[in-house]
Write a protein that binds this ligand. Structure first.
Ligand SMILES: NC(=O)c1ccc[n+]([C@@H]2O[C@H](COP(=O)([O-])OP(=O)(O)OC[C@H]3O[C@@H](n4cnc5c(N)ncnc54)[C@H](O)[C@@H]3O)[C@@H](O)[C@H]2O)c1
Length: 330
């Protein structure tokens, strides 16, 4: 990614008060971009005013819902880059409140695409999809071209639908959209009140001196991505111009680690802690797709993006952040 790709450019981030969005806002502003965030601060989701406290004088914040056509029409005008991160991200909430998830994800995405088509058809749009779109993967690592997408829960189903809308607008209207399927991301600015976002939740338990509860036999593999690397992948997709348009890319490390090994790494990084194996609650078991590791050959080759942060370093930086700022997160 060229160093100056964002310097002097206008960027919009939907969901910019949330975990990934606020980290991205800080990075883009640091790269000289003129950053606007749009967020509805929906109760119980990851938006947090503190996430932007150190950049609030450098960015513009719009309090609006991504389903609000008028607000979105205004927000997209004149933007070079649009990062669509607004969404409901809690797997359990998506099953309990399926219409909310569907409405935010699908109406929100369609509203953004339509308002871009009418008001700014030249913007580059990057969508933050999820590895959960694959569902249970028979042969690892999962690749964009060969692994079927068979999502299990509502969150993943609506995310795959939103991804397909992005790709359809590219095909039918020439919208300059592309999609990432992001794996389990962790780091500073993630909500810490609820047990979703597995790495951050394990970190909270360890920091509180509670045993980390690892479900099942702990052998399930996941691919854990540090948020700085995730932001770099979103930016690489935005900066890559026509190479990335109409494409979907895995954004992950390409390496699997079990939940049990993750718990041990967190205990090491925290300097203390314990873990215990607990049975899966029925509802969690039904939503659990099993092991996941991504093939990252495509994103490496086409976008020249590669993750840089070793897990041990990412964990230490995350723990240091919450030691300093935990009053704002739990
Ligand atoms: N965190 C991960 O591990 C991960 C992995 C894969 C994909 N993603 C995707 O990345 C995106 C960002 O995730 P995150 O972890 O930062 O979540 P987050 O909950 O921290 O942030 C999402 C933000 O979107 C806002 N939002 C929700 N509905 C909105 C609406 N209708 N209008 C405007 N704003 C709205 C929320 O208020 C929140 O601030 C999501 O789309 C998520 O599905 C995240």
């Amino acid at each position: 990614m060229a160093e100056d790709s964002f310097n002097g450019k206008n960027a919009l981030i939907t969901g910019g008060m949330g975990f990934i969005g606020s980290n991205l806002a800080a990075k883009l502003a640091g790269n000289g971009a003129d950053v606007t965030i749009l967020d509805a601060m929906i109760e119980g989701l990851g938006g947090n005013q503190f996430n932007i406290h150190d950049i609030k004088n450098k960015i513009k914040a719009i309090a609006a819902d991504v389903r609000d056509k008028k607000a979105v029409a205004e927000a997209v005008k004149g933007k070079d880059f649009i990062f669509h991160l607004a969404g409901q991200v809690d797997h359990h909430r998506s099953v309990g409140q399926p219409f909310e998830d569907l409405d935010i994800r699908c109406n929100g995405t369609l509203t953004l695409l339509e308002e871009c088509r009418k008001n700014n058809d030249d913007a580059k749009i990057v969508y933050s999809g999820t590895r959960a779109e694959y569902g249970a993967v028979k042969k690892l690592p999962a690749s964009e071209e060969e692994t079927p997408a068979k999502p299990i829960g509502m969150y993943a189903i609506t995310s795959l639908a939103a991804e397909n809308m992005m790709l359809m607008y590219n095909r039918l209207h020439g919208t300059r959209s592309c999609c990432l399927r992001i794996t389990n991301t962790y780091g500073p600015r993630h909500q810490m009140k609820k047990p979703y976002g597995i790495v951050n939740w394990f970190i909270r338990l360890a920091m509180e001196g509670k045993p980390i509860t690892v479900m099942g036999d702990g052998k399930t593999l996941r691919d854990y991505l540090y948020v700085e690397d995730c932001c770099d992948a979103l930016m690489a997709a935005a900066a890559a111009s026509e190479k990335s348009e109409g494409e979907t890319f895995n954004a992950a490390t390409g390496t699997g680690l079990s939940f049990l090994e993750l718990a041990k790494e967190i205990i090491k990084a925290n300097g203390r802690g314990d873990y215990k194996l607990v049975p899966y609650p029925d509802e969690t078991k039904q939503l659990e797709p099993g092991s996941f590791v991504a093939d990252i050959g495509k994103i490496r080759k086409l976008l020249r993006w590669t993750p840089k942060t070793p897990l041990s370093e990412g964990l230490k930086a995350t723990i240091a952040f919450y030691r300093k700022n935990k009053q704002h997160y739990w």
